[in-house]
Design a protein around this ligand. Structure first.
Ligand code: SAM
Length: 242
């Protein structure tokens, strides 16, 4: 079971509200810090997610926890008719919407306020669902996965990109040092949010990665779940089909 890690230790608010507040706080710096702290590798990982979708040729794609819309924008490579991104953070969505407007993509990509644990779309409405660095933040993982399963058409793919923990020497040691010392320090400096980049390694630590996450997906009803570890296990991609 997912241990509940929350961003603001002294707050009694729900995890969901705290997560939304945290992403609202860091929204303006999110894209910069993402690319800076990952040294640009996050872009390669997003490309990998989209390349795995190619064979399905999805026409309608749901990007859950879309944030500032980077994965939704990468999904344009698949030439779909429509990409919908949903997120609980208004601040993140605002940055994403501005980006999409600037690129003139509003007719294909639409970003909406929406909660993965109570998705506003009917059953069987999407050809594919994707989520990058989102599932770890869900308040109720099973509820979120079940809702995603519900809105997908039968046989459709669901791809999750999420941080995982490298297990081998010396990457494990270097990664642990970077993730628990350098990243929170730099993140705090730029984002001005004291907790966000401490919550990041803590939430990764508490997340049921690898086989445990594969089991969570199967429990929800997904089949043919495959795990693909990236960059020495720093991140993982899970491909499942409804
Ligand atoms: C680390 S960001 C990832 C954003 C984007 N997918 C990316 O790859 O850059 C995590 C996002 O998950 C969103 N989120 C967390 N819980 C959510 C939920 N229950 N429903 C929808 N979005 C959620 C947060 O608001 C935040 O924007």
């Amino acid at each position: 079971m997912n241990k509940k890690v929350i961003p603001y230790k002294n707050s009694t608010d729900s995890k969901k509200n705290q997560v939304a507040e945290m992403f609202n706080n860091i929204a303006k710096k999110y894209d910069f810090l993402n690319h800076f702290l990952s040294m640009g590798i996050d872009k390669l990982w997003r490309n990998k997610v989209i390349s795995l979708l190619k064979k399905y040729q999805p026409k309608t794609i749901l990007d859950i926890a879309t944030g500032t819309g980077d994965l939704a924008i990468t999904a344009l490579k698949l030439n779909p008719d429509k990409i919908i991104g949903i997120d609980i953070s208004i601040g993140m969505l605002k940055i994403g919407k501005d980006k999409i407007k600037k690129k003139g993509l509003e007719n294909i990509i639409e970003l909406l306020e929406g909660d993965s644990e109570n998705i506003q779309f009917p059953n069987h409405s999407y050809d594919a669902a994707i989520v990058a660095f989102g599932v770890r933040n869900f308040e109720n993982l099973q509820m979120g996965l079940s809702e995603i399963h519900r809105v997908l058409k039968p046989g459709s793919p669901f791809i999750v990109l999420e941080f995982s923990k490298p297990g081998k020497f010396p990457i494990k040691q270097v990664y642990n040092f970077y993730f628990t010392n350098i990243l929170p320090f730099v993140g705090k400096l730029f984002s001005k949010d004291n907790s966000a980049y401490t919550y990041l390694p803590q939430s990764v630590n508490a997340f049921p990665e690898g086989n445990d996450f594969v089991e969570e997906l199967k429990k929800t009803g997904f089949r043919t779940v495959k795990e693909n570890r990236l960059s020495f296990g720093i991140a993982s991609i899970y491909l499942a089909e409804k």
